[in-house]
Design a binder for this molecule. Structure first.
Ligand code: SF4
Length: 359
């Protein structure tokens, strides 16, 4: 275990503070930030506008982390699941979802998850630890490097990561300090330079932490709702016992959102659990007065979990009721299910390592 400081754990402000602690002026921090996230930058000698003497000081005290080559699985629909082995052993997963005009990367924020949602395989792992800011942004750096090297005939979307969703392993708001630093690096023009409009953070409903997220970032907020009454939601998502629906929806109403944005409500449709027409009508009533969009996610059946996918007719009927109430409602059929990369399926560390395809 190194005692050196990983510079990727700092946002710009933190980096400036760090170089100042080494007796350097603030602009050195801005210079380093402009180097750290360029493809191919692995050591301080590549930072040619930094004085050699200071580069030596950096070498003694700091390092630039990166992930080793990932384990890869490719889905027949073009999705790619990446398994990144962390220094202390565990593997986290990220999923690239390519489309013609965009590449969305689904990121993990924790190893495992403590929230224990009953439809989610990640929840069955339990919580292992939080990811550091560097471990969050290195998922993006690695997939960016993968896309830069991807052969032309395999490329579906652009050669860059264009959109990020925090919907992989973990509950992002349970790792809020590190998440906010990572978001600051991801949206920093000298960092990874993504706009907050293209980043979505999804929470299962840690209501008291939502405001701090909104006040300190410009990202989009998604809420994993999945039920319209407390009884059902308590069964699906134990967090609801602490922050019941009324508390969660009030936090949504008062969420400090950038102008002209809407909250995305995610609703997994589980056969005979939450997919009735009455449920749809109640959902429309509950979301009244919240600027929002609704994603309906027909459930992906996973061995070992008791839930069933709804019929296509049920899904359409549920959607129609919401459309008739003038909501923007989208049916999102999860991609990557053949490699267990679809929503709620990220936990297959053993399976992933057995199915190594490329490194
Ligand atoms: S759905 Fe999200 S919050 Fe719930 S257990 Fe899975 S990873 Fe955790």
């Amino acid at each position: 275990m190194t005692h050196k400081t990983d510079l990727k754990n700092f946002n710009l402000e933190g980096l400036i503070g760090y170089v100042e602690s080494l007796g350097q002026p603030a602009f050195r921090g801005r210079q380093i930030m402009a180097w750290l996230y360029r493809p191919g930058i692995e050591n301080f000698d590549q930072m040619t506008d930094i004085a050699k003497k200071f580069r030596e000081i950096l070498k003694e005290n700091a390092f630039i982390s990166s992930f080793p080559p990932p384990l890869l699985e490719r889905s027949s629909d073009g999705c790619v699941k990446f398994g990144f082995q962390l220094d202390d052993g565990p593997i986290i997963e990220s999923v690239l979802i390519p489309e013609e005009d965009r590449n969305t990367l689904c990121l993990s924020s924790q190893v495992g998850c403590a929230m224990d949602c009953s439809f989610c395989l990640t929840g069955t792992m339990g919580f292992i630890r939080n990811l550091s800011p560097a471990e969050i942004v290195n998922q993006v750096c690695s997939v960016r490097d993968f896309l830069l090297k991807e052969p032309e005939d395999k490329l579906i979307g652009p050669r860059e990561v264009t959109n990020l969703v925090f919907m992989g392993m973990g509950e992002p708001l349970n790792n809020l300090d590190n998440l906010l630093i990572a978001l600051s690096i991801l949206t920093e023009p000298k960092g990874l330079d993504l706009t907050g409009r293209k980043i979505t953070v999804s929470t299962c409903g840690i209501a008291p932490k939502m405001r701090r997220l909104g006040e300190n970032s410009t990202i989009n907020l998604a809420i994993s709702l999945h039920a319209v009454n407390d009884d059902t939601r308590n069964r699906l998502m134990p967090i609801n016992r602490r922050y019941p629906l009324d508390v969660l929806l009030e936090a949504c109403r008062t969420y400090p959102m950038p102008k002209r944005r809407r909250i995305m409500f995610e609703y997994i449709l589980l056969q005979d659990i939450n997919d009735s027409d009455d449920d749809a009508r109640e959902l429309a009533r509950k979301l009244n007065n919240i600027p929002c969009k609704i994603n309906i996610l027909p459930y992906n059946e996973s061995p070992g979990l008791p839930y069933k996918s709804p019929s296509p007719e049920r899904v359409l009927s549920f959607q129609k009721i919401l459309l008739d109430k003038h909501y923007s409602v989208f049916i999102r059929n999860s991609r990557g299910s053949d490699i267990s990369a679809a929503c709620g399926q990220l936990a297959g560390q053993k399976k992933l390592s057995q199915k190594l395809m490329i490194s």
